[in-house]
Design a protein around this ligand. Structure first.
Ligand code: FES
Length: 118
């Protein structure tokens, strides 16, 4: 387990992300309302570059025939077939069993690191 520093916190303003290559992984670092999250840039469906997808929200629980948009900036939609993933957990929105790998993020001063090999 090792921390690899990949960016400065000022490089990834709120609502944006940066894709970095570390130890053979392509990883998307996301700033969701000031919290940093790191996801594998690989969709478990058919292998698309997941982090090239749109960051958005989703329909949240509501009554029948009601559509309420929520969780803005927390959802990553795969660019190929639209599977959606929770940026904070890496889990898909449709099944707890389908997820993309999430890496632990370490903030040290102004630097953002990801933990590889945990
Ligand atoms: S490859 Fe991502 S949804 Fe199909």
């Amino acid at each position: 387990m090792a921390v690899h520093y990949v960016a400065g916190i000022n490089e990834i303003p709120e609502g944006t992300h940066k894709i970095v290559d570390v130890k053979g992984f392509s990883i998307g670092i996301y700033n969701v309302r000031g919290e940093f999250h790191a996801l594998n840039n690989y969709c478990p469906h058919q292998g698309a570059k997941l982090c090239k997808g749109e960051v958005c929200g989703t329909n949240i629980k509501s009554q029948v025939y009601q559509y309420i948009y929520g969780r803005d900036q927390e959802i990553l939609r795969c660019p190929w077939h639209g599977w959606e993933f929770d940026i904070k957990t890496g889990k898909s929105l449709f099944s707890d069993k389908v997820r993309t790998k999430k890496f632990q993020v370490v903030i040290e001063g102004e630097k953002i690191g990801v933990v590889i090999g945990a």
